[in-house]
Design a protein around this ligand. Sequence first.
Ligand code: PEP
Length: 254
Amino acid sequence: MIKPIIIGNWKLNGSKKFIKNILKPLNQFLIKYYKVCTIVIAPPILYTNFIQNILSSDQANFFLGAQNVDTHFSGPFTGEISPIMLKDLEIHYVIIGHSERRVNHYEDNHIIAKKFHMLKQEKIIPVLCIGETSQEHKEKKTKEVCKKQIDVIFDLCGENAFNNTIVAYEPIWAIGSGQSASPKEVQIISHFIRNYIKSKSNNQIKNFFIQYGGSVTKNNAQELICQNDIDGFLIGGASLCLEEFTKIIKIINK
Ligand code: PEP
């Protein structure tokens, strides 16, 4: 049986006060669950050191992730963060291709493929977000869109690209909208993604996970996680609330 993986994406939220309030109880709670679920918290990157200091006297029961990375290792790129720096900070997972970055920062499939490639070079696990817009959903183009987003990665990184990686299927219309995709629909697309990646990897894929993201809450987590091809969740809003996030982890543990 695979170990489910849950990532909390805090986005542009949090403060020292928020972190102090949520982190210790969350870490205590996870003592019981870290063996059955892999938990990752992706805070705004500048709080990484603050979090590591808060936990310095305790064993951390989760991994730290980042929400973005640059397409360069170093140099004159003001405001950017390199994969080497993330590695230096002991960041194990990095979210790339999130729709908020694709839309607000004009990141296209090629930029995202480059980020994926660089993370793999540093042996950091890329969490590649893919998914369709509401219009594409209406036009039944989901598989076509996901295929395109996957193909660029294979083109740049070769047939072993997806070993030790995570793909988060996130229908854009479901993110932060309170309107999750139906479990049945997510299963169909996740199954398609798994088979497609497997077939392009010469059927030799190792340590590959598919997450679902898009308005996951304690009310829909159970039905979603029961689907065969969903290995975990990428969670935005609900990861900012201790009660909601821990409830989801308890549900997954069942
Ligand atoms: C996300 O931002 O990746 C996400 C899934 O957000 P939410 O859970 O709030 O829909």
